[in-house]
Design a protein around this ligand. Structure first.
Ligand SMILES: [Zn+2]
Ligand SMILES: [Zn+2]
Length: 280
């Protein structure tokens, strides 16, 4: 279902990318490069393959948990509104954890590895998300009472919304900036300027960042990418470099506590400096 939804929207995404490319070229501010777009496309295909592999067991697990749900949520507008809000809140914490726990950052670092930001950057994802356990954050939703189909579909819609915030062509959306995640807020999220590091984790609603103290408005010009850039377009290197560095650090660390810190501590505690967005 999720696959078909995003697949069905693919022509919209590709049309928007083509439009943005032409728009930026006309204004001589083109942020597209073939090498960058090619690695984004390859990473998107690899990520799709990865999620296809785990789709059936994950659905099975969600159904098992849903069988013990806390509430019966009748289909309708109220349930839909609750689902939009609850799923986005779960996304906020999943995204925040993806930046603050190295085991999860090892996957999410791929999304942040480009020094460019345009609509095609939204496709820059990781094959290893299932291994990092991002799916754990959707389990409370099916336990509360939303059906697995509702949760998976809403997750796909949330990602579809986020496609549109990966752009430099929109400066501000006015009053919507107060409530919604916008291109301006997400540019901050992709920037490695010191004051922008690990900020604006929002999916759809920026209110979570405002509420939980992680909001920073766009004030200075964004410099995109990692604090320690990778200088690579190789999809395999972009996917696995941080896993390799993390496992090496865990092996080199002395004592169980130090090893666990390398695996599950914050990325800036990496022995080798890793590829964190946070300064070290
Ligand atoms: Zn992120
Ligand atoms: Zn992004």
């Amino acid at each position: 279902m999720e696959k078909y939804l995003l697949l069905g929207l693919a022509p919209v995404f590709l049309g928007c990318i083509a439009f943005e490319f032409l728009y930026l070229r006309r204004r001589a501010m083109n942020s597209y490069s073939w090498a960058d777009v090619s690695s984004n496309a390859a990473l998107a295909l690899m990520q799709q393959a990865g999620s296809l592999l785990v789709a059936a067991p994950l659905l099975w697990l969600m159904q098992r948990i849903h069988a013990h749900r806390l509430f019966e949520l009748a289909p309708g507008w109220t349930t839909l509104a609750l689902l939009v809000v609850a799923q986005d809140l779960a996304y906020y914490w999943q995204h925040r954890a993806s930046h603050r726990i190295r085991w999860m950052w090892a996957s999410h670092v791929t999304h942040h590895s480009s020094p460019r930001l345009n609509l095609s950057t939204a496709f820059r994802q990781s094959l290893t998300y299932p291994l990092s356990g991002v799916w754990l954050f959707s389990l409370p939703l099916v336990w509360i009472g939303f059906t697995p189909t509702q949760v998976v579909t809403m997750g796909a819609l949330n990602l579809a919304y986020q496609f549109f915030v990966h752009t430099e062509t929109v400066r501000s959306l006015g009053w919507l900036e107060a409530v919604m995640n916008t291109p301006s807020h997400h540019r901050v999220h992709h920037a490695c300027n010191e004051r922008y590091l690990d900020r604006n984790y929002a999916g759809i609603f920026i209110v979570w960042d405002r509420l939980f103290g992680t909001f920073t408005p766009e004030r200075e010009r964004c410099v995109y990418g990692l604090v320690h850039p990778l200088h690579s377009h190789n999809p395999l290197r972009l996917t696995f470099h941080e896993w390799i560095a993390m496992l090496r650090d865990a092996r080199l660390a002395s004592g169980a506590r130090a090893r666990l810190l390398q695996l599950f501590g914050p990325p800036e505690r990496a022995l080798d400096g890793g590829a964190p967005m946070a300064p070290n």
